[in-house]
Structure formats: structure tokens, C-alpha cells
Design a protein around this ligand. Structure first.
Ligand SMILES: NC(=O)c1ccc[n+]([C@@H]2O[C@H](COP(=O)([O-])OP(=O)(O)OC[C@H]3O[C@@H](n4cnc5c(N)ncnc54)[C@H](OP(=O)(O)O)[C@@H]3O)[C@@H](O)[C@H]2O)c1
Length: 204
């Protein structure tokens, strides 16, 4: 796939998989738009990769997602690739899941990703196509996702949004992909909404 010159929006670009994705895409000539809450980290990464638009964005906030895409249109007037990567984990047994925690990670892992897709789709369609990459989780593929029920439920929701969108958007030339990372050394496991790998009794 030739991504040289393509406008690529990466959410959760301030660390981990999102930052690594941005670095890899920049090295192949993509024009990056970096989104996450931590503006300072986004600016550092932008400098490292030779320039990028950075937009501090809380992906739980619909107004901030709208502002992100307005900034993209102002700068580039198009979106070719959206990497819906921002996400947070929650590792507690089913019996102890707090609904407020589940709501918070659903707002980020499902609603935030959906809103970004809904902002990007008409722009991609108008440009004749594009690519949406949704970062899910290997926990949704495990037979016994012990301790990750709430988190994997949100990512399973994202999987189904991806599957339906893939079929719905095929005729528009918009590819929808789902990535299933397994345990990856990032800040993710230190920034869980609640619980920990050990308290969850997780087999990960
Ligand atoms: N690491 C793993 O083992 C693993 C396994 C399976 C799936 N994943 C998935 O991979 C994706 C990337 O995670 P990672 O491992 O790279 O973890 P990470 O290093 O913790 O990165 C998470 C990213 O999401 C951003 N983020 C968190 N809350 C946000 C919010 N409310 N609004 C906007 N951005 C927000 C963070 O930036 P700010 O704090 O600056 O906002 C950060 O850039 C996630 O969707 C995660 O569920 C990871």
C-alpha cells in the first residue's frame, strides 16, 4: 500500500501503538494528524517525525472530535486514513465491574471511535475512498478472557461496528480494517481505568 502523501489521522498518538503507527507512517511519507489529550507529547512526536498537525483531543468529548476534524479540513482539506487507536483498559472480574467505569471506557473505545468514523466517512466518500483502521484487542478472540470482560465487551462492540461498516462502505472505496493486538509493551497496562492484570486474575 502506498501511503505517501496521504492524510492520516491517528488517535491516541501520544504513546504506545499510536505513536509507533505515526512514526511508521511518517517514514513512508504520510502526512500525519496526531490526536490525544497530551498536547506536549503530540508536539514532541510531531517534531521527531518532521512535522505533523497536532490537535489535543479528548475522544470522549463529541465537541472535541468535531474540532479535530475541522482542524484536519482546515489544514489538509481531506482525510485518507483514520486510525482509531485511542483506548483504555479495565481489568476487574465481572462481579466487581463498576458501571461508571464501563460507561467511561465505552465512551472512549466505542463511541469515540464511532464518532470519528462518522466524521471521516463523508470526507473519504467525497474524495473517492479511504481507509479506516480500528484498533480492537486480542482479548475479543480469546476463549477465556478472564478479568477483561468489560474491556473486551467494548472492543467486541468496536469489532461489530467495523464489520458492518466494512460491508456498508465497500462500494464507496472505503476499506475498514480491524487490528487485534495481543499483549504489547506500552503504557496501557499502567493506565487501566480500574484494576490491574494481577487483580483481574487475567490469563494474559
Ligand atoms: N498494549 C496492549 O497490550 C494492547 C492490547 C490490545 C489492544 N490494545 C489497544 O491498543 C490501543 C493503543 O493502546 P496502547 O497499548 O498504545 O496504550 P497507551 O500507550 O496507554 O496509549 C493509549 C493512547 O490513548 C490515548 N487516550 C487515552 N484516553 C484518551 C481519551 N480520553 N481521548 C483521547 N485519547 C486518549 C492516550 O493519550 P492521552 O493520555 O494523551 O490522551 C494514548 O495516546 C488501545 O485502543 C488499546 O485498547 C493494546
Amino acid at each position: 500500500m502506498d501511503i505517501s502523501g496521504k492524510v492520516m489521522v491517528v488517535t491516541g498518538a501520544s504513546s504506545g501503538i499510536g505513536a509507533a503507527t505515526a512514526r511508521a507512517a511518517a517514514s513512508r511519507g504520510a502526512r500525519l494528524v496526531l490526536a490525544a489529550r497530551n498536547q506536549e507529547r503530540l508536539d514532541e512526536l510531531a517534531e521527531e517525525i518532521g512535522g505533523a498537525l497536532t490537535v489535543a483531543t479528548d475522544m470522549r468529548r463529541p465537541d472535541q472530535i468535531s474540532r479535530l476534524f475541522e482542524a484536519v479540513i482546515d489544514r489538509h482539506d481531506r482525510v485518507d486514513v483514520l486510525v482509531n487507536n485511542a483506548g483504555q483498559g479495565l481489568h476487574v472480574p465481572v462481579e466487581q465491574i463498576k458501571i461508571d467505569d464501563l460507561i467511561a471506557i465505552t465512551e472512549l473505545n466505542v463511541y469515540g471511535a464511532l464518532r470519528a468514523m462518522q466524521a471521516a466517512i463523508p470526507l473519504m466518500r467525497a474524495a473517492g475512498g479511504g481507509s479506516i483502521v480500528n484498533v480492537s484487542s486480542g482479548t475479543t478472540q480469546m476463549a477465556n478472557p478472564v478479568g477483561t470482560a468489560a474491556y473486551s465487551a467494548t472492543k467486541a462492540g468496536l469489532n461489530m461496528l467495523s464489520r458492518a461498516a466494512r460491508a456498508e462502505l465497500a462500494d464507496d472505496g472505503i476499506a475498514v480494517s480491524t487490528v487485534y493486538p495481543f499483549v504489547t509493551k506500552t503504557e496501557f497496562h499502567n493506565k487501566l481505568r480500574a484494576g490491574s492484570m494481577s487483580t483481574a486474575g487475567s490469563q494474559l
